[in-house]
Design a protein around this ligand. Structure first.
Ligand code: PEP
Ligand code: MG
Length: 534
């Protein structure tokens, strides 16, 4: 038996077989078809799904867009697109997704030479249906396959785009050599509700070995003895009992022993996590990280696609609020199609609102989708990485254009609350001015800590120095709460620190209005709130 100790990023116990994940290997595997007939079946199934989606979208849009959608559906059912993709699968023995990419690229190259505007329009349609098909395939047949049984996934490093492709039910635990507790990959692991460790020196040789992951101590036992397995099985069942005990708090109020109330909301990364938020009794969704919808695809999502997703969450939350953060892309969250020029220092680079304001079409499409969906529930919009009032001026201008446009077309929408992420020291220092212009402030302590301490939140060599309880960080939170309250703005924390029960009392004393945490942390924080006396 070998024991290695890493850093525990999320609690829990996992017992099972190790699968070694290497990005390169799986990307290659993803191209080669193991079973050509199966790939063809997967393709046809996904074509049906995209057609269903197009038909639904056509019913809920304006006539001009409806016409385009119908044309796209025709191409998808027509005699040249689908047969061409099927032929590539057959001839080149590749997966459905890879065949879609090859067909799309070939058709675009052929059509590009022609100047006929009708053909140009077709190129656009082919790009769009290919990207919808790739999106659909990414969610179904082509997700990463680690075999029948769920596994403990060990890797060097995980990116958000890797985790998106994993099926939650196939993962017992995530273990990485690099990364940090507040990297985006770790946040996604927490949302999966599985124990996660990082800083574990795992290797490819571990593949297929049995292991135990202890997400409380950070220990990983490779080839454990039967005795240890037995001991951990008992702990696992105690863990289960404790979780069941916590579940009794699902409908309890978030009130301290001295009667002070605090809101408890959920952070989610995909619409599917909405159900966990409701299950654990969140008051609403305090942070929907919408950028994940933009990853692992061939092109930007279209307004209609976003709209349908936001409408689903607006309706699904049944009157509870959902705060949609506009895409915080750039840095560690980007895809090839975005063509973000390489940066010397991406963390300080063109990310969040900066990128959105540079790419107005992308930004407007997202805002239109959010406002259209607002008619179906209780939504709010949140802007990431704000550092200046000029950015607010630009946002206001774009919001006005979006709303005027919708009014003109008589599309119903609500004037929903708008908020900003306070996650840079600049935003804290001008919080008074910012608070005058918005309805709420959401403190993003993950970024706020890294920018306040000037320490990259993902740099493993800084992990002993990186201190999110640093007095400077707590002072930043206090300043933001005070500034917000001076202008009747609600202030809440949505960084990972919000789930740190060692700080719950501090946050209550600072007068923070709400905390937004990954769904699985709602109940532990609720229990802490309920036993605090101020
Ligand atoms: C934060 O920075 O605290 C935050 C919530 O945003 P993200 O972790 O997505 O950068
Ligand atoms: Mg952030």
């Amino acid at each position: 038996m070998e024991v290695v100790t890493g850093k525990a990023a999320f609690p829990g116990i996992a017992i099972g077989k190790v699968a070694w994940y290497s990005r390169g290997r799986y990307q290659k595997d993803k191209r080669t078809a193991k079973d050509v007939l199966q790939e063809k079946r997967i393709l046809r199934q996904n074509v049906r799904e995209v057609l269903d989606y197009l038909n639904r979208a056509a019913l809920s849009t304006i006539p001009e867009v409806e016409k385009t959608i119908r044309q796209q559906a025709e191409i998808l059912q027509g005699e040249y697109y689908l047969p061409a993709v099927l032929e590539v699968i057959e001839q080149q023995k590749v997966t459905a997704s890879y065949a879609v990419q090859i067909t799309r690229d070939e058709m675009m190259t052929t059509f590009k030479e022609l100047s006929d505007p009708a053909i140009k329009r077709r190129i656009q349609d082919i790009r769009e249906i290919s990207s919808m098909l790739l999106g659909s395939l990414a969610q179904s047949g082509s997700s990463l396959d680690f075999g029948e049984e769920p596994v403990i996934l060990v890797s060097d490093m995980l990116y958000p785009s890797d985790i998106i492709e994993m099926k939650k039910e196939k993962i017992l635990s995530l273990v990485t050599r690099q990364g940090s507790e507040i990297s985006h990959a770790a946040i996604m692991a927490k949302t999966m509700d599985v124990p996660a460790l990082f800083d574990v020196p795992g290797t490819r040789d571990w593949e297929g070995h049995y292991a135990i992951v202890d997400g409380y101590t950070g220990n990983l036992y490779l080839d454990p003895s039967n005795e240890l397995i037995h001991e951990y099985e008992l702990r696992q069942s105690e863990d289960k009992k404790e979780r069941e005990e916590l579940l009794k708090l699902r409908t309890a109020e978030d009130v301290t022993l001295s009667g002070q109330r605090i809101g408890l909301y959920a952070n989610i990364g995909s619409m599917d996590d909405m159900n966990s938020a409701l299950y654990y009794g969140a008051e609403g969704i305090g942070l929907l990280r919408s950028e994940f919808q933009y990853l692992n695809r061939a092109d930007y999502p279209k307004e209609d696609e976003l709209y349908l997703e936001y409408r689903r969450v607006a309706q699904g939350m049944k009157g509870k609020i959902c705060v949609i953060r506009t895409a915080d892309l750039g840095a560690d969250k980007q895809s090839d199609y975005m063509q973000i020029p390489e940066e010397m220092n991406p963390i300080m680079g063109n990310r969040g609102i900066r990128l959105s304001l540079d790419r107005k079409n992308m930004f407007k499409a997202q805002l239109k989708a959010i406002y259209r969906a607002s008619a179906f529930g209780n939504l709010a919009v949140l802007f990431p990485m704000i550092t200046s009032l000029e950015e607010m001026d630009q946002i206001d201008k774009i919001l006005k254009e979006v709303k005027d446009g919708l009014r003109k077309k008589r599309v119903p929408f609500r004037d929903i609350p708008i908020g900003i992420m306070v996650e840079t020291p600049a935003a804290v220092l001008i919080a008074d001015e910012l608070a005058r212009r918005v309805d709420f402030l959401s403190i993003g302590t993950n970024d706020l800590t890294q920018y306040t301490l000037a320490m990259d939140r993902q740099n493993p060599s800084l992990k002993r120095k990186y201190d999110d309880h640093h007095p400077a960080v707590l002072a930043m939170i206090r300043m933001t709460v005070e500034a917000g309250h001076r202008h009747n703005c609600k202030v809440y924390i949505c960084g990972e620190i919000a789930a740190d029960t060692a700080l719950t009392e501090t946050f209550l004393r600072l007068g923070v209005d709400a905390l937004s945490v990954v769904p699985a942390c709602i109940l532990p924080v609720r229990r802490q709130v309920r036993k605090t006396a101020l």
